[in-house]
Design a protein. Structure first.
Length: 360
């Protein structure tokens, strides 16, 4: 198969972890006889430096012509003083909208080899396998109006949380369809006691659940869901939630399973899927070859599965990562006090070697 990708390294540690992910993908392509075609384009702070646009039109066109997009990270504190449309994150939000990627899938899976890295007691976190389904194109991140107005000392900021019934319905169906392939449980997270958006959310999700009688639906306020995620993470299956709540809960889930550096994501729903690690640009460690590339590498597994329907190849990547962790390899974010961390590139090399030898 021809695997046509646009690679957006982006900012901070993005290029470093993306490089390792691409090398792993090349190893998979070599093993299974696929043809890999890559083009690299700028986004975020890098694009602002070269062209004063966080998402150049050439980048958009390249992404739309590809079969999938692999993104490293977006964000650079050097642009924090700029207006909203000239900040790196504006490019990422526009890219999601251009790709029509309304469904963000963020798995949080506990690797048994990482019991010593988890902040929770092993008996609490064992068996944790959560799929967070986050609505990605609505809510406060996209709602209008939005502004900061007034003179210094008396400014007023406005953000609008907005959801239409059809937006809620389509993301709910993604969650229920996934639950049918998993443990058939959906936890819908909202704040229906105080937010009209959440009341509509709960009403629509409850209606959609009637089309999936095999799936058990429960509702939870976001604050109590955050508490339960720490108390009983292994009880969660599919978590369905809106944009901002999903952003927050998925980072919390990363802490639960050991490190945000382990979390992959897939943004799907439009003609081209977008795949990226959850961890962000981490500018404080950029260029030091110490970042954890496993989130980016596991994003490759999601890319193979969702954009190319290559389930076997995806499973090989996941098994390779698991085997490397079982061997004791740890980047700095995972290492215990008495062990020495390995570098970003070394972790990537070990996964590549595992890909070449692993069997399912």
């Amino acid at each position: 198969m021809r695997l046509s990708l646009t690679v957006l390294g982006g900012d901070g540690i993005g290029p470093e972890v993306t490089l390792q992910a691409v090398l792993v993908l090349q190893a998979i392509a070599d093993r299974f006889g696929h043809q890999l075609e890559l083009q690299h384009k700028p986004i975020g702070g890098v694009a602002l430096i070269t062209g004063n646009d966080p998402l150049p039109s050439d980048t958009i066109q390249a992404c739309l012509k590809s079969s999938a997009v692999l993104l490293g990270a977006v964000g650079d504190p050097a642009f924090d003083h700029k207006p909203g449309h000239l900040r790196p994150e504006a490019g990422l939000l526009r890219l999601r909208r251009e790709l029509g990627a309304y469904a963000n899938l963020r798995p949080a899976v506990f690797f048994p080899a990482l019991e010593d890295c988890c902040p929770l007691r092993p008996e609490l976190v064992r068996g944790t396998d959560i799929m967070i389904v986050r609505e990605l194109l609505g809510g406060a991140y996209f709602g209008q109006p939005r502004s900061i107005e007034g003179a210094p000392g008396s400014r007023v900021a406005v953000n609008t949380m907005r959801y239409g019934e059809s937006e809620i319905e389509r993301i709910a169906r993604v969650a229920f369809d996934l639950a049918m392939k998993r443990r058939r449980k959906v936890l819908s997270v909202d704040k229906a006691n105080v937010l009209e958006c959440s009341r509509l959310w709960r009403d629509v999700v409850t209606r959609i659940a009637k089309d999936y009688p095999e799936v058990k639906l429960t509702h939870q306020y976001v604050d109590s869901a955050a508490m339960l995620l720490v108390q009983r993470p292994a009880d969660f299956d599919v978590v369905l939630t809106e944009n901002m709540f999903g952003d927050i809960l998925s980072d919390q889930a990363g802490g639960v399973v050991g490190s945000l550096g382990l979390l992959a994501s897939a943004s799907i729903g439009g003609p081209v899927g977008l795949y990226e690690p959850v961890h962000g640009s981490a500018p404080d460690i950029a260029g030091k070859n110490i970042a954890n590339p496993l989130g980016a590498i596991l994003s490759i597994a999601m890319l193979l599965r969702h954009s190319f329907s290559l389930d076997t190849e995806a499973a090989f990547v996941e098994r390779a990562v698991s085997n490397v962790l079982e061997s004791g390899a740890r980047t700095r974010d995972l290492v215990s006090k008495n062990a020495a961390p390995i570098s970003t590139s070394d972790m990537g090399d070990r996964v590549i070697r595992a890909v070449k030898t692993v069997e399912i």
